[in-house]
Ligand binder design. Structure first.
Ligand SMILES: [Zn+2]
Length: 66
């Protein structure tokens, strides 16, 4: 059986300045983006994620094998 993989991202990976210690973990990138969007809205008052931040998120995402 293949090992399970998930995507992991820290708020600070995307925003080295102004970010917080939030860590997100999801099975798919779509799910991860949803969680990031919710966090950005609740903690950083970012109502919609700008394209350059989406790009940063995609660049910073790490795939981890459990
Ligand atoms: Zn944060």
């Amino acid at each position: 059986m293949a090992d399970k993989q998930y995507k992991r991202l820290g708020c600070l990976d995307v925003q080295p300045r102004g970010g917080c210690g939030f860590q997100v973990r999801a099975e798919t990138e779509a799910e991860l983006m949803q969680l990031v969007a919710t966090h950005a809205k609740q903690c950083h008052k970012i109502n919609s994620i700008p394209p350059e931040m989406v790009y940063k998120v995609q660049a910073a995402v790490k795939t981890v094998t459990v």
